[in-house]
Design a protein around this ligand. Structure first.
Ligand SMILES: Cc1ncc(COP(=O)(O)O)c(C=O)c1O
Length: 471
């Protein structure tokens, strides 16, 4: 074998439909003028809604991006900087910004912050620090597909799912936590912790105080860690407000406090995934020290730190950005939800994130993951939208899809919605045309469940009917 086992093992997850959808998009990307029939990328949780705010700040503060301080060049200083503790001014600004996003209900000590090349590196570094190969982290499903790569691939650590379902809006429950713990034990895996994303990717939902308290008691009783990936904390656009787990630990003892770690990044809230700015926040000095040493493998470049320290420490800008970005996300989210509604498709009620968790169970031929794949392929190749199937997020129920709404213009979003609407309409119309009866599902006043069964039959008869009609 030419390459190492690590390089070739498939726990990277590259062959997941999540990444395959990106590949399909790359082959045929939509462009309004050059490729109007191409695939629209709705599988990428990118925030492009507030770039004008960043650009206007840059225009007003030219020194920050041109290696200057008070008009004098600091090129040499930045070019030579290589301290893996990071620029103090940037860590101060980052800690302050994290508090601002949490409504200043929690404070962050910059000394407990470790800088990393994005949340990807932060999550992997934490897992390297907290677990040995063959040990496990429990993660509520559905979860961000990148976690298979970030947490398992190079560390050799396993993920055991905490199974959440639509029966309670995918909320974390005590029995589900215990069940996952027992499952890990049955597989002879030592559980080192729980990892949650708050707000959740892909649900777009913040964790409730009840869920957070459950998690805290659980990790306390099992003497394990909690990693809270709060990369979407600044995207919460609707009530209830975001509650960071740190807010509930104000009276916790040191032992418990030292076992809770936060991951953050500017990739989503500021829309800067290309800059690779992430962080780990831990109250445990041993974790901070080990993670700082490991951060050598994925540092944030000094000019990026310099630029962002200037931007984030501009209080007026930071406060306004947070509010305005939330307002735009809320608006965009409403357009997505109401647009899908016109196609008879509903979303899980959500209050944050850059995506909706969309219920397409009624469009499945049968309640299976094979049918989910079949529908996904139709949506990618026939409808021209790359969305992420729930199975790529390890959802236990077929028929859910994550659909992103903040990485495109409003016109593109409207086109995407129009494509979905035509797809669903086509299904019902083709049935009407072919057999001469009015089988249009939307013209009938049926209950939702019987409507589901109706569409289910027609979606996958469509190609058969098309052929029959053509004869
Ligand atoms: C929950 C979650 N964690 C981590 C990441 C990785 O973010 P970054 O670009 O900062 O590495 C993502 C990106 O989509 C994410 O959704």
């Amino acid at each position: 074998m030419r390459l190492s086992k690590k390089a070739t093992c498939n726990s990277h997850g590259q062959d997941s439909s999540y990444f395959l959808g990106w590949e399909e998009y790359e082959k045929n990307p939509y462009d309004q003028s050059t490729n109007p029939n191409g695939i629209i990328q709705m599988g990428l949780a990118e925030n492009q809604l507030s770039f004008d705010l960043l650009e206007s700040w840059l225009a007003n503060n030219p020194d920050a991006a041109s290696f200057k301080r008070d008009g004098d060049s600091i090129f040499k200083e930045l070019a030579l900087f290589q301290d893996y503790h990071g620029l103090p001014s940037f860590k101060n600004a980052m800690a302050k910004f994290m508090s601002e996003i949490r409504g200043n209900k929690v404070g962050f000590d910059p000394n407990n912050l470790v800088l990393t090349a994005g949340a990807t590196s932060a999550n992997e570094t934490l897992v390297f620090c907290l677990a040995n190969p063959g040990e496990a982290f429990l993660i509520p499903t559905p979860y961000y597909p990148g976690f298979d790569r970030d947490l398992k691939w190079r560390t050799g650590v396993e993920i055991v799912p905490i199974q959440c379902t639509s029966s309670n809006g995918f909320r974390i429950t005590e029995p589900a936590l215990e069940e996952a713990y027992n499952l890990a034990q049955k597989r002879n895996l030592k559980v080192k912790g729980v990892l949650v994303t708050n707000p959740s990717n892909p649900l777009g939902l913040t964790l409730t105080r009840h869920e957070l308290n459950l998690l805290i008691s659980f990790i306390d009783s099992k003497n394990i860690h909690l990693i809270s990936d709060e990369i979407y904390s600044g995207t919460v656009f609707d009530s209830p407000d975001f509650v960071s787990v740190m807010e509930l630990l104000k009276t916790a003892n040191t032992d418990l406090l030292n076992r809770v770690h936060i991951v953050y990044s500017l990739s989503k809230d500021m829309g800067l995934p290309g800059f690779r700015i992430g962080s780990i926040y831990s109250n445990d000095p041993a974790v901070v020290s080990a993670a700082t040493k490991m951060s050598s493998f994925g540092l944030v470049s000094s000019q990026t730190q310099y630029l962002l320290s200037a931007m984030l420490s501009d209080d007026k800008f930071a406060k306004n950005y947070i509010l305005e970005n939330r307002r735009r996300l809320k608006n965009r989210h409403e357009k997505m939800v109401s647009g899908l509604q016109t196609a008879g498709i509903s979303c899980l009620d959500s209050n944050g994130g850059l995506f909706c968790w969309v219920d397409m169970r009624h469009l499945l031929r049968s309640n299976t993951f094979d049918s989910e794949m079949e529908l996904w392929k139709k949506i990618v190749y026939n409808v021209g939208l790359n969305i992420s199937p729930g199975s790529s997020c390890h959802c236990v129920e077929p028929g859910w899809f994550r659909v992103c709404f903040a990485n495109m213009s409003e016109e593109t979003l409207q086109l995407a919605i129009q494509r979905i609407r035509s797809f669903v309409n086509e299904i019902s119309l083709s049935t009407t045309n072919c057999d001469g009866n009015n089988n249009n599902v939307f013209s009938r006043n049926r209950s939702k469940s019987s409507r589901r069964k109706g569409i289910t039959k027609w979606v996958f008869r469509l190609s058969f009917h098309d052929r029959e009609c053509e004869r």
